[in-house]
Design a protein around this ligand. Structure first.
Ligand SMILES: [Zn+2]
Length: 57
C-alpha cells in the first residue's frame, strides 16, 4: 500500500458513521435515535419523538 493510499484509507475510517434515525410511531417523522422517547405505559411500547411524548403526557 502506498503512503498516499494509506492516508486515504485512514480518512475513510475516521468518517463519522451515518446517524441512526428512527421513525416516530405517532407522527412518522424521522428523529435521531438519541431524541426518541419510549412510552412504556402503552403495550406494545411506543417509540415516539419528544414532541409526541409531550403531547401524550
Ligand atoms: Zn412524533
Amino acid at each position: 500500500m502506498t503512503a498516499e493510499a494509506k492516508k486515504e484509507a485512514d480518512k475513510a475510517k475516521k468518517q463519522k458513521p451515518r446517524e441512526i434515525k428512527f421513525k416516530c410511531q405517532r407522527c412518522q417523522k424521522e428523529v435521531l435515535l438519541k431524541e426518541m422517547v419510549r412510552v412504556t405505559r402503552f403495550r406494545p411500547v411506543l417509540i415516539v419523538c419528544q414532541n409526541c411524548a409531550e403531547e401524550m403526557r
